[in-house]
Design a protein around this ligand. Sequence first.
Ligand SMILES: Cc1ncc(C[n+]2csc(CCOP(=O)(O)OP(=O)(O)O)c2C)c(N)n1
Length: 350
Amino acid sequence: MDQASALNVKMEETVGPERERDEGADAEFMAIDVEQWLHMYEQMSKIRHFDETVNELYKTARMPGLAHLYCGEEAVAVGVCEALRRSDYITSTHRGHGHCLAKGAEVHRMFAELLGKAPGYCRGKGGSMHIADPETGNLGANAIVGGGSGIATGAALSAKMRGTDQVAVCFFGEGALGQGVLYEVMNMASLWKLPVIYVCENNLYSEYTHYKETMAGELRARPMAFGIHTEEVDGQDVRRVYTTARRLVERARRGEGPVFLICDTYRYYGHHVGDINRAYYRSKEEEEHWKTERDPLKLLAQWLSQERYVERETFEEIDRRVREEIKAGVEFAERAPYPDPDEVTQDVYV
Ligand SMILES: Cc1ncc(C[n+]2csc(CCOP(=O)(O)OP(=O)(O)O)c2C)c(N)n1
């Protein structure tokens, strides 16, 4: 009996649905500049290398605490944030490094925060799950599952009341659908036609449980019950995430109300860096399938090579540049000072 059937979950629910070719979408992808796709590749590469390095810092005991890695899900953060302006808002989650970087956070200040150092985004007092950066519209990662939904919806209400055309994106995992606050804010957002985009990253598992074991009915039926326009997209294909997000963001900007975007995706590592023995909740074959067949970086690079004639060396050069930036970021953070002990009660709730 394979892992999927042991858990009473069908195989297609662990490897994702079959995706068909869509010629209309292909034409839309071709109309976008190669440079812009390469920028998205670079952003995804940055997130991948950043979080792989976080894992190393944890394993070699150079980082205090733990972290939730975003590897495998990069196309969601990058595709959505590429459709936003700097002045638009996002709220993030406990698995937030990808969202922060995609919205424009700087690698060296991110590492400084993770190592508890003074130049970090929260002066080293927030850590992985609380990185916020008002300069880039990032209203913060959040250790409370579903916690960002009230903040993003409030930000969208504020934008509407101030008469700006800003939008707010609320990223969350499918586990957040078990939180009541999400239903309260979706109700208000729909009634008041707020410019908020709920982005549900369905990576199949909430901690160690397949979502089908805890969710009654269909995921998409939940936002639809509030009359919210809902779409689902292959979250491993940054081309689809970006073009769909671009359309939905414009819809929200025009004042047509909230939208809900389900992105089908997968996390490559454990729920957090310490979750290394995963055999009791998902199989090695399943992980391999996503990594070899559905990797967002490989999928974009393959398409750019085949259809847009980008040379392999171009990707190697981008990856090399990214690795240098990551290395310099870690060196910066390791050299940086800790905050002064005298300020231990500043900027925190005591
Ligand atoms: C309100 C609340 N309940 C429980 C937890 C413990 N917890 C942390 S992450 C997590 C699972 C979240 O799953 P999901 O929302 O699908 O996000 P993913 O980890 O898959 O990205 C849980 C239950 C929490 N942090 N907050």
